[in-house]
Design a protein around this ligand. Structure first.
Ligand SMILES: NC(=O)c1ccc[n+]([C@@H]2O[C@H](COP(=O)([O-])OP(=O)(O)OC[C@H]3O[C@@H](n4cnc5c(N)ncnc54)[C@H](OP(=O)(O)O)[C@@H]3O)[C@@H](O)[C@H]2O)c1
Length: 278
């Protein structure tokens, strides 16, 4: 199968294109190659005519989106629309990557694939709009929602925690925000599995288990030999951000699990990640 990976230089795009390269012919498009916010991307997709387009490209600066709504919507809502139009013209399938942030994240709630989105900030609204835009155009569409992504070389939460721990020797970390830490290479493997099933629809591909950012930081420090670094729990109110995050946008993988596609516990994935990171 000829697979076009869009966003191929990003954290998930790298993992997906590397993983699928064993089984498929891969074309990689980075931001430098093509801008998904440009309507002409539809012509480029139609001209290439792959069997499947995997869109991992997005405006991912969640806080920055609050002061750049047009740019965030262009990439996250119009981008998937143009890609879907390109797919419709050449008969390609589209697998579009979305986020747990589309949910309200009410404390104590767990979100399954068909729960209703209730996005709050600009980033979340633009991502929810992207799902809807693709859905309006394509039937043969797969939406994969991920959460709290980390992977080799990414500027992600574990990398930031390790940087701050090594620089300052102490940390303050939010203890009332919960999510599913999710390892990009595990998502890539799960996507490969999902493609083999031939099924479409919405899937929550997250590592098993969930935790607070505080728990995540503590596990990471312990597992990386930094267990001596003190971590003070703080509340979200003490860490004000332009885009207040959903407090408990914890995803349940029901639909993919029913097809036999499950990701291992996040703690195991994090230990794997640490083998290759400083
Ligand atoms: N990171 C997370 O914690 C997280 C959580 C939930 C969901 N997600 C979703 O997962 C997906 C992958 O995230 P990630 O962590 O791999 O993000 P990432 O590392 O920031 O990669 C995103 C890639 O998209 C590219 N891009 C941005 N705007 C573009 C445009 N207009 N046209 C073409 N390419 C563009 C970026 O290129 P430049 O950097 O050169 O602009 C970057 O290489 C995204 O859909 C994101 O919304 C991420």
């Amino acid at each position: 199968m000829h697979v076009l990976v869009v966003g191929a230089a990003g954290q998930l795009g790298r993992a997906v294109s590397t993983h699928l390269a064993n089984q498929h012919q891969i074309t990689r498009w980075s931001h430098a190659d093509h801008d998904i916010a440009d309507p002409q991307i539809a012509d480029a997709v139609a001209a290439l005519s792959p069997n499947l387009v995997i869109n991992t490209a997005a405006w991912t600066d969640v806080d920055g989106a609050e002061s750049a709504a047009d740019a965030a919507y262009a990439a996250n809502a119009l981008g998937p629309k143009y890609l879907a139009e390109g797919c419709a013209r050449c008969g390609a399938d589209l697998l579009h990557v979305s986020t747990n942030e589309i949910f309200a994240g009410e404390p104590g709630r767990f979100y399954r694939e068909y729960d209703l989105p209730q996005p709050a900030g600009i980033y979340a609204r633009s991502k929810a709009a992207g799902e809807e835009a693709a859905r309006q155009i394509l039937d043969r569409l797969t939406i994969v929602r991920v959460a709290w992504l980390f992977g080799p070389g990414g500027n992600n939460f574990p990398a930031k925690i390790i940087r701050v721990a090594d620089k300052h020797g102490a940390l303050r970390v939010v203890s009332d925000e919960f999510g599913n830490p999710t390892y990009a290479p595990d998502v890539a493997e799960a996507i490969a599995h999902l493609i083999r099933t031939g099924c479409y629809g919405i899937y929550h591909l997250v590592n098993e288990g969930h935790c607070s950012r505080f728990d995540w930081a503590n596990f990471l420090l312990e597992a990386s030999g930094r267990g001596h670094v003190p971590v003070t729990p703080i509340s979200l109110h003490e860490w004000p951000r332009p885009a207040p995050p959903p407090r408990h946008a914890v995803l349940i993988n029901q639909a993919a699990a029913a097809l036999g596609v499950r990701l291992r516990p996040w703690q195991e994935a994090l230990v794997d990640y640490l083998r290759n990171e400083p």
